[in-house]
Design a protein around this ligand. Sequence first.
Ligand SMILES: Nc1ncnc2c1ncn2[C@@H]1O[C@H](COP(=O)(O)OP(=O)(O)O)[C@@H](O)[C@H]1O
Ligand SMILES: [Mg+2]
Length: 331
Amino acid sequence: MTTSDKLIGLVKAGALGDKRQFQKVVETIIADEKLKKHFVVAERLEQELEKFSNQNNQKIIKKFIESKPNTVDSKLETLVNEKNPKISFDDLVFSHHIQDSLLELIEEQNRADILKSYGIAPRNRVLLIGPPGNGKTSIAEALAESLMVPLLVVRYESVIGSYLGETASRLRQIIDYASMQKCVLFFDEFETLGKERGDSHDSGEIKRIVSSLLMLIDSIPSHVVIVGATNHDELLDRAVWRRFQIRVNIPKPTRAQIETLLMKFEDRYNIKFDYAYETLSKKLYGVSFSEVEEFCRTVMRKYILNLPNKDMRNIVSLTLKNWSALNTINE
Ligand SMILES: Nc1ncnc2c1ncn2[C@@H]1O[C@H](COP(=O)(O)OP(=O)(O)O)[C@@H](O)[C@H]1O
Ligand SMILES: [Mg+2]
């Protein structure tokens, strides 16, 4: 069946309310997506179909996992870690401007065929800049989830070799592998690539490292979304920095965002901190998202271990006191 046949079949089955035909067409689409190695899309379709046909979820997912060939060979496995993304943008709290710039990229990627028919490639290079614990890694995963493609995380400890040639050839291998499919290729601590050797080698060596990195970046096809994360973008070579079409600052949470995070935590565990959000956010202001999360978990642990005493307000007060003693940043 061609793509348009499948589309027509799907609409026809939907319009007629023919559930069996609908299921058949979707199964064909799933099979095709697997052939194209679009495993994340196939899995998502299977899950949707499963909800629809009310069959045993585990059975289908198990079948899917068993049918997935081992795509990462053993040598590559040490260089890159491939995972099906689980975190979605809805799980995260961040400002609208971050969301908007990423939504543009998602739309360009999803409608790449149209752009390409005009001879224009979708954007595919994002640099996330900011202090640790504020969602750079999570955003890379959410981007993959939203694009319904796998997340490939580069493992620096195995990539960085003692010689430039070695490192470059490993990066080449990673990019060749990544290019075979649509995916998000994530480089955490991106500045490491230049910096590591920058400390110990002469300037000629640094130039060669940067120019080989530039060549590698330029060779990445537009269907591979490359996400670089860094705490120190000032350490990145400017030519490398400019290669990223979208550069987003990922700051620590604002007070309003801390409040949203607290509310999300309450919802997730079906509890109430029984404390004014404004007071809590004022006391916590200055820490990272992940530290706010850790504060909530500390409260939660105390709460659970103190049950049946349910004086949450008191527990929050105590935790805040210890917290303030540990962190001199408050007030
Ligand atoms: N924007 C955010 N919204 C909600 N939770 C967040 C956010 N950023 C970070 N977190 C929490 O902090 C943890 C660590 O974040 P991570 O994405 O690893 O940060 P980074 O890569 O910037 O160091 C996440 O697993 C999540 O629990
Ligand atoms: Mg990270």
